[in-house]
Design a protein around this ligand. Structure first.
Ligand SMILES: Nc1ncnc2c1ncn2[C@@H]1O[C@H](COP(=O)(O)OP(=O)(O)O)[C@@H](O)[C@H]1O
Ligand SMILES: [Mg+2]
Length: 367
């Protein structure tokens, strides 16, 4: 997870990713709508477009599953789309590769107009550039693990020896070595999900799209898979769009989170921005129970160092969490110094740390 852009405004491009990635947009989405129902194309931009979902349905028979949504997915980030069931997450992610045809708006991948792609180009997009990992893994029951992983490569026309070698490598990458010859029915749910992940990775797509892939898994296995995704992201810097209705999953995985409600994005920002500065009462309510000290960073508690505080006390990076700082301060009995490399940004003390946990505004904390 990149912490380098913590505190940056959602609309600003990040200076640089953890490994120096430029953060150029992979997907650019502007004013996107998907309306289901009769004469759906008349809804966007019309006088009924802003009606509440229920009234829109009553008046037109239409459902606006995605309403005037704009965002960019930057290279190398984990972009999470979060929202309650029915808020439009699946529709939105399916629109990205036109598995669902958007009603209006614009949509680009690496600057190329997705809405102008012909069938062949779309197939290429879905196979090589933006591969989807589904909740129901879609494994072929009569094929072995290895052949399931190699399946996409087979369709691409890769030779048998080469695709088996590649598949073996992907199976190892998701921790399934030794199970290559099993069939999906002989695997646990978590293992099947890993096969699905390996299959998506085998095509070496630029972006991985996940639609609630872990929601059917037991909590412990789910945790395992989340760590797998974080590890993959870390090792490869692969761009990911990850859909979930689970707030803690979103906070754990997301570099940025788009929170959806009734088809629209109500807030787009880092976990820290969403938890620390909710855009409205809906978001505030949504994040009410989040342990703030585990999401907010010490930047929120900074004050200037006084004489005598500059040269002693524990040191922490600016993206350390409040929880980490509380431990450091409790152990040392004095303030912790916040260092950006060799530069002293300020200190945090117990009083300020407590104020942040309590949700009080801390005066003078630089952004
Ligand atoms: N094919 C469809 N026809 C009509 N309405 C649909 C269709 N697919 C989804 N919807 C509606 O669009 C809204 C968003 O659905 P969806 O994108 O599946 O939400 P989520 O993935 O967040 O649960 C819901 O009200 C759903 O009932
Ligand atoms: Mg869904």
């Amino acid at each position: 997870m990149s912490a380098t852009e913590t505190g940056a405004k959602a609309s600003q491009p990040p200076a640089s990713g953890p490994d120096g990635a430029a953060g150029a947009p992979v997907f650019s989405v502007h004013g996107l709508w998907k309306v289901f129902g009769p004469r759906a194309d008349r809804v966007p931009g019309s006088s009924v477009a802003d009606l509440p979902a229920e009234e829109l349905r009553r008046r037109t028979g239409c459902t606006a599953a995605v309403r005037d949504v704009s965002f960019e997915v930057r290279q190398g980030e984990v972009f999470v789309v979060m929202g309650l069931s029915g808020s439009g997450k699946s529709t939105l992610v399916r629109c990205l590769t036109r598995l669902i045809e958007p009603t209006s708006g614009t949509l680009h991948i690496d600057g190329e107009d997705v809405l102008a792609m012909d069938k062949a180009r779309l197939r290429e997009l879905r196979r090589h550039r933006a591969a989807m990992v589904f909740q129901h893994f879609g494994l072929l029951p009569h094929r072995t693990v290895l052949d399931n992983v190699a399946y996409g490569l087979e369709i691409q026309g890769m030779g048998k020896a080469e695709r088996r070698a590649k598949a073996t490598e992907m199976v190892a990458k998701v921790g399934l070595t030794g199970l290559e010859r099993r069939r999906p029915g002989q695997l646990s749910g978590g293992q099947q999900q890993r096969v699905g992940l390996a299959r998506a990775l085998a095509a070496d797509p630029e972006v991985l799209l996940f639609d609630e892939p872990f929601s059917a898994l037991d909590p412990l296995i789910r945790r395992d898979m989340q760590e797998e995704v974080i590890r993959l992201h870390h090792d490869e810097g692969r761009t990911m769009v990850f859909i979930t209705h689970d707030l803690s999953e979103a906070l754990r995985l997301g570099d940025r989170i788009a929170l959806m409600r009734d088809g629209g994005i109500v807030q787009l920002g880092t976990p820290e921005e969403i938890v620390g500065s909710p855009a409205d009462d809906y978001v505030r309510d949504f994040v009410r129970d989040v342990p703030r000290e585990q999401v907010l960073t010490v930047r929120n508690a900074l004050r200037a160092a006084e004489d005598g505080e500059r040269d002693s006390g524990p040191t922490l990076a600016p993206d350390a969490t409040i929880a980490t700082a509380i431990e450091a301060v409790a152990r040392s009995g004095g303030p912790a110094r916040i260092m950006d490399g060799s530069r002293l940004l300020g200190v945090v003390d117990h009083q300020r740390l407590l104020a942040v946990v309590a949700g009080l505004r801390v005066k003078g904390a630089p952004a």
